[in-house]
Design a protein around this ligand. Structure first.
Ligand code: ADP
Ligand code: MG
Length: 265
């Protein structure tokens, strides 16, 4: 990873209020291609609000989000997606009866801007491409099974393949491993890290398990009450007094907290 080049994402003084609550209060950070950046902080810190401003679901009240040199604030989600900002979605119930491959084929068609109705007439369309993506996430052998019968961790892999169908330059993952067992969690993040390395993609993710964050994040930013209180490499963050105090409460160490939530969060 090179940090000497221009950042892929440059967030400056970004803010959003809900009523009187400053959910995100003037935060600034950068993200480079090929970097896995963890956004951490206690519940209500403003992590999801930050994600939703970057993907266009929410409009920022203040600040700037430069992506690849283009301002994203004020753009529609679809426009932002088309520019190469992807996010993982849960496979909707209506698509669970489709096979693994069909779900990815549909995402590929959508990326090409084809109408949904095309799908009915083109069951084999993009199948090879879909299989190649499924191979990358270790799901090729299950391509013809319906998503509804998959194990939870495997569904998450398919969701990742679906997100990759848009060939994003930046992938946003808000709590990607929620509800997963520690082993599945590690496996999904290892896979994500591989994709980052292979494709030079950037990833911004939130994660509760500190084990996972320390094992996979290249860098971390820490939010508390909408403010960015620290950023740096995992080891720097772990020893940061402000993080220890604000994020974990006085008297607790990062290690103790990580041990306490590591296997259960
Ligand atoms: P996190 O993802 O870090 O848990 P959020 O970004 O979801 O935090 O929330 C940050 C703050 O903004 C919280 O106080 C939350 O209650 C508030 N908030 C988030 N979304 C909304 C909304 N749509 N309407 C009102 N308040 C919201
Ligand atoms: Mg959240």
């Amino acid at each position: 990873m090179s940090t000497s080049n221009a950042p892929l994402l440059k967030v400056e003084n970004l803010g959003k209020s809900f009523g009187g609550v400053k959910a995100v209060d003037g935060i600034s950070f950068e993200l480079h291609a090929g970097e896995l950046l963890a956004l951490i902080g206690p519940n209500g810190a403003g992590k999801s609000t930050t994600f939703n401003m970057v993907n266009g679901q929410l409009k920022a009240d203040q600040g700037s989000i430069l992506f690849d040199g283009h301002e994203l604030v004020g753009r529609k989600p679809r426009d932002i997606w088309r520019r190469g900002v992807g996010r993982t979605f849960q496979i909707a119930e209506t698509f669970a009866s489709l096979t693994v491959a069909e779900n990815v084929q549909m995402a590929l068609l959508s990326h090409d801007g084809k109408l949904f109705s095309m799908w009915r007439r083109a069951a084999d369309h993009k199948r090879d491409e879909a299989l190649a993506l499924l191979d990358q996430v270790g799901m090729k052998s299950q391509a013809d099974r319906p998503c509804s019968v998959l194990a939870y961790g495997d569904v998450k892999r398919v969701e990742l393949a679906i997100a990759m169908a848009n060939a994003p330059k930046l992938l946003l993952m808000d709590e990607p491993t929620a509800g997963m067992a520690p082993k599945e969690r590690n496996s999904l993040m290892a896979l994500t890290k591989d994709l980052v390395i292979q494709r030079g993609m950037a990833v911004l993710f939130t994660e509760h398990s500190m084990d996972v964050v320390f094992a996979y994040a290249d860098r971390m930013i820490v939010l508390a009450r909408g403010r960015l209180i620290a950023q740096g490499k995992p080891l720097e963050i772990r020893d940061h007094p402000k993080v220890q105090e604000v994020y974990f409460g006085s008297g607790k160490t990062f290690e103790k907290k990580a041990a306490a939530i590591g296997e259960t969060a």
